[in-house]
Ligand binder design. Structure first.
Ligand SMILES: [Mg+2]
Length: 180
């Protein structure tokens, strides 16, 4: 049987970009090196979606920056664009808010019909975001502007390498860099 095409759910902040609020409401987005290459490479094997704990304005502004700089129109291409409204959150003892991306949302009927859970991966720099769905997670390092970062190249290679694995959830993905 032909395997369903896998879905790659992308985190945004400190993963493909680093955004900063400047004067007034001005936002500037620095894009991680090799981002255009990464998006084009993984799109050969995966359908793409976005899930961020940021608000929708931030999400849209960042996607515009990606389109402008790389030519990749993620907003048009993505299976879904989920923002903070799709996250759950809790306060820790110090009163700080922590968001979670509850993997049960991948069980929505319309989504499951196209992408069974074993064909869904999520790239995130915060493992806690997927505390309820570690099986989906490909953990990456957070990026805050280093110009010589090459993780997008390695990550593209890894994701293309594992795309044919039927059960991506069961696959051990921790320490993925060592398996390249
Ligand atoms: Mg992040």
């Amino acid at each position: 049987m032909l395997l369903p095409r896998p879905l790659l759910v992308l985190d945004l902040d400190e993963t493909p970009w680093h955004g900063e609020l400047g004067e007034a409401t001005q936002v500037t987005f620095a894009l991680r090196p090799h981002l255009g290459f990464f998006l084009q490479a993984v799109a050969q094997a995966y359908d793409l979606a976005v899930w961020t704990a940021a608000g929708n304005d931030w999400l849209q502004a960042g996607l515009q920056a990606i389109k402008h700089e790389t030519g990749v129109d993620l907003a048009a291409q993505a299976v879904f664009l989920w923002d903070r409204g799709r996250c759950t959150w809790r306060r820790d003892e110090a009163g700080a808010l922590h968001f979670r991306k509850p993997a049960r949302k991948f069980r929505a009927r319309w989504l499951r019909a196209r992408y069974p859970r074993e064909r869904i991966l999520a790239v995130d720099d915060l493992a806690a975001n997927y505390a309820c769905g570690y099986g989906h997670l490909v953990r990456v390092t957070p990026w805050t502007g280093a110009p010589d970062d090459t993780e997008r190249l390695d990550l593209a290679r890894y994701l293309l390498q594992i795309a044919p694995v039927p059960d991506l959830r069961a696959l051990e993905k921790r320490g993925w860099r060592a398996r390249l």
